[in-house]
Design a protein around this ligand. Structure first.
Ligand code: NAD
Ligand code: DAU
Length: 358
């Protein structure tokens, strides 16, 4: 079986659903269920005996050790993290606690377990660390995309904490020979994406007749990858990636934020037209994110060359599926918009009109 952390979050739950649809292997899904973790994402496999959910914190080394001993996984796939850049600006401590200390604690438990293995089990064990392109910093308009050898230059507390976790993973391979794999991926989008992030936020605000907040001039560029393609990339790296290596994963889809928002509005105008006017009329420019990275772009040639992975979706096909998913799953959206989510909106957006900022 495989041991997944953070499998109730956006990418993790897509990965678990995808895994069980493709493989006979059981998944132990270990997740703290923070505001971003949601068991509703996994409702379709609630009766599947191959899915074993355990609520817990990756900082709990003792619990992790007990679970490794009990389930004897052949691999760990590590998604669990605090993942939202804006939240890291308001509360960086949580990012250090989970992303740095938590990854350390998980590495320690996994290494201790790996040390008990021998022969083929020890040989084939893998620890796959899911990371981000944000560790490489920000690109200028004419810079080459991030490759696996681009020097690290994280700019937000989120990306700094992910960079620290990447360094720990790297060191465990270099020092102990621990069989790690690291993926650094670009911006994902798709179903089960929590509506604090740009694409699901714009879709739900548009539908609710609310402002569509564009930070700064809206010309920041992200390289968008459909979440299903990220899942296939992770499966492929787990299957055939070279131990100790890093693989950049991206969609070859660089888009400015404003272009993404325009695309979403245009799709919504077609699928669910307003009584009058366009969703574009709701676009509102708000104060920029402090330290906002201007451009990310991924050079994904290594994973294509070595492992034969390429994204299956274009931006056009993936974004159309995504909008349709949100229209078909409005109850899911309503459920995650209750409680703490409203406090977050107030905290992040209420002050953006004022000169003081966040
Ligand atoms: P998410 O915020 O949607 O989900 C994170 C999950 O981790 C949640 O289920 C949460 O409950 C769980 N979690 C948080 N703290 C935990 C802890 N201390 N112990 C156990 N579980 C904990 O995140 P996501 O967008 O699905 O991202 C998953 C991973 O992929 C992260 O490591 C992120 O850095 C990385 N990543 C994300 C993107 C993206 O575009 N979303 C792109 C590249 C890489
Ligand atoms: O690049 C990979 C990263 O992508 C992941 O590591 C992160 O976990 C993930 O959250 C994402 O980070 P971004 O900061 O790029 O994603 P976000 O959806 O928050 O923002 C995308 C862009 O849209 C960014 O330039 C900020 C902008 N934005 C975002 C929000 C929430 C807005 O203009 N308005 C908004 O309200």
């Amino acid at each position: 079986m495989i041991f997944v952390t953070g499998g109730a979050g956006f990418i993790g739950s897509n990965f678990v659903l995808d895994w069980l649809a493709q493989s006979i292997e059981t998944v132990v899904n270990f997740d703290k269920l923070t505001y971003a973790g949601n068991l509703n994402n996994l409702a379709s496999i609630s009766d599947d005996p191959r899915h074993i959910f355990v609520q817990g914190d990756i900082n709990d080394t003792a619990l992790l050790s007990q679970l490794f001993e009990q389930y004897k996984p052949r691999a760990v796939v590590h998604f669990a993290a605090e993942s939202h850049v804006d939240r890291s600006i308001h509360n960086p401590g949580a990012f250090v606690t989970t992303n740095v200390n938590g990854t350390f604690s998980l590495l320690e438990a996994a290494r201790a377990y790996w040390n008990t293995l021998s022969g083929a089990e020890r040989e084939s064990f893998r620890f796959l660390h899911v990371s981000t392109d944000e560790v490489y910093g920000s690109l200028g308009a004419d810079d080459a995309p991030f490759s696996e050898t681009t020097p690290y230059a994280p700019n937000s507390p989120y990306s700094a904490s992910k960079a620290a976790s990447d360094h720990l993973v790297r060191s465990y391979h270099h020092t102990y020979g621990f069989p790690t794999l690291t993926t650094n991926c670009s911006n994902n989008y798709g179903g089960f994406h929590f509506p604090e992030k740009l694409i699901p936020l714009i879709i739900s605000n548009a539908r609710d007749g609310k402002a569509l907040p564009i930070y700064g001039d809206g010309q920041q560029i992200r390289d968008w990858l459909y979440v299903g393609d990220h899942c296939t990339a992770i499966r492929r790296v787990l299957e055939a990636g070279r131990v100790g290596e890093v693989y950049n994963v991206g969609g070859w889809n660089e888009k400015a934020n404003l272009e993404v928002v325009h695309t979403l509005c245009d799709i919504l105008d077609k699928l669910t037209p307003k009584a009058a006017g366009s969703y574009r009329d709701q676009i509102t420019y708000v104060q920029d994110r402090p330290g906002h990275d201007r451009r990310y772009a991924i050079d994904a040639r290594k994973i294509e060359r070595e492992l034969g992975w390429k994204p299956a979706e274009t931006f056009e096909s993936g974004i159309a599926k995504t909008v349709q998913w949100y229209l078909d799953n409005q109850e899911w959206v309503r459920n995650v918009q209750s409680g703490d989510y409203q406090n977050w909106l107030e905290k992040n957006y209420a002050s953006r009109d004022s000169k003081e900022g966040v």
